[in-house]
Each structure stands twice: as C-alpha cells, then as structure tokens.
Design a protein around this ligand. Structure first.
Ligand SMILES: CC(C)(COP(=O)(O)OP(=O)(O)OC[C@H]1O[C@@H](n2cnc3c(N)ncnc32)[C@H](O)[C@@H]1OP(=O)(O)O)[C@@H](O)C(=O)NCCC(=O)NCCS
Length: 187
C-alpha cells in the first residue's frame, strides 16, 4: 500500500476514531481502487455489471464529481494511510434539504470491523450539522449496510420487492431515511 501517496493528498475533512474522510482526487485512481470496481464481491449488492471499469472510466468519474455537486469523500485508515473506499452524499436537493447517502468499502479485509457504522455516523453528523440538511435517505439490499443504518437509528421507510438480481435470486431493496430531528450522535 502506498501510504506516502495517500498522505500527500488532501488533508482530512472529517475525522473519526479510526478513519479520516477527505476529498476524492484524480490521484486516487489506483490499481486497488480499479480492482474494487471489478470485484464481484464488492459489486454483489449493486446488481450485475455488463461492462468492466477501466482507468478511463474511473478517471472520468472522479473528474465529474465537482460538476455534479455531490460530496464524495475518500475513506482513509488513520493507522496505515490506506484508501479503503468512498462515501458520498448524492442527489443533494438544497431546496428540500435532502440527500442520498451511499458507501463503498472496497477493501474486503476492512468489512465487518465497524468502519461502515463509524463512517455513516460521521457523514450524517456533517450533513445535519455543517450542511444544514434535514433528511438523509439510502437504499440497499446489503445486510451489512442495512444493519449499520438501523443501529444508527435510521427509519425503515419501505421495501422495493425483488428489485435486484443477486447471485441468481431476486432480493429486496430496503429504503431508509433519517431526519435531522431524529439524529442521535450517541448511537
Ligand atoms: C455495506 C458496508 C458499507 C458495511 O460496512 P462494514 O464496515 O462492513 O459494516 P460494519 O462492520 O459497520 O457492520 C455494520 C453492522 O452490520 C452487520 N453486518 C456486517 N456484515 C453483515 C452481513 N453480511 N450480514 C448481516 N449483518 C452484517 C454488523 O454485525 C454490524 O451490526 P452491529 O453494529 O449490530 O454489530 C460494506 O460492507 C461495503 O461497502 N460493501 C460493499 C459495497 C456495498 O454493498 N455498499 C452498500 C450499498 S449503499
């Protein structure tokens, strides 16, 4: 892992106990990041993918972020400096003060260690505190993601039945939402 390169990039924007979140930059378009985007395990709950990701599409995605107005942050382990994934607020509607939260921890060795919950808690706090948003929402069939937001007090708002084909079987997508007034930073 090239920790020097990771450390040389943007400074931390949000800091948690074990992680920093900072701007995702063109220099983050690494071989490891590209591997996540082609890894069936990482993509499992995102549905079948028809075409591979390549450096061009990855660089184009990163370059498109400022124009889309999304908040996209690289997730960095504080102990190793390793870039392990990204978290984003998409579909930011300033008039309605709402946004969609999405997360991808690409380094599979980092799954199941509580990072997801730690990241979502920090981004939620930022969204309601610094950004002045009133509502966050998310949709996922991933049991880990769904457990993480549930533990953080997000409300289950509905189910998109058999909405995704995962490993040959149709699975439901759970729809979650959290209002600023409901946010409990102690969870
Ligand atoms: C989904 C994801 C963010 C979860 O992050 P994580 O760091 O592995 O999750 P955590 O360790 O914080 O676990 C959160 C909770 O889910 C539970 N959990 C984790 N994996 C699980 C699984 N496969 N099935 C059921 N529960 C699971 C944990 O026990 C924990 O519950 P707890 O707090 O009650 O103990 C991560 O696995 C990921 O990015 N996956 C690939 C991309 C993706 O699918 N993103 C979601 C789509 S928005």
């Amino acid at each position: 892992m090239d920790t020097k390169a990771a450390n040389a990039l943007s400074p931390a924007f949000l800091t948690t106990e074990r992680l920093t979140l900072r701007a995702l930059e063109p220099a983050d378009a690494s071989a490891r990041y590209l591997a996540w985007l082609n890894d069936p395990d990482v993509l499992r709950f995102r549905g079948p993918k028809a075409f591979p990701s390549n450096y061009e599409s990855l660089k184009a995605f990163i370059a498109s972020i400022p124009g889309r107005g999304d908040l996209v942050l690289a997730i960095i382990r504080r102990d190793t400096g390793e870039h392990i994934g990204n978290v984003a607020l998409n579909t930011i509607l300033w008039v309605h003060r709402s946004a969609e939260l999405s997360i991808m921890i690409g380094e599979k060795s980092c799954w199941g260690k509580g990072y997801g919950r730690e990241i979502i808690r920090a981004v939620t706090k930022h969204a309601f505190g610094s950004m002045g948003l009133n509502r966050l929402w998310a949709e996922s069939p991933n049991p880990g993601f769904n457990a993480a937001v549930k533990a953080l007090g997000w409300k289950h708002e509905g189910t998109k039945r058999q909405a995704l084909l995962v490993d040959g079987a149709f699975v439901d997508i759970a729809c979650w939402g959290l209002l600023a007034a409901e946010f409990n930073p102690a969870l």
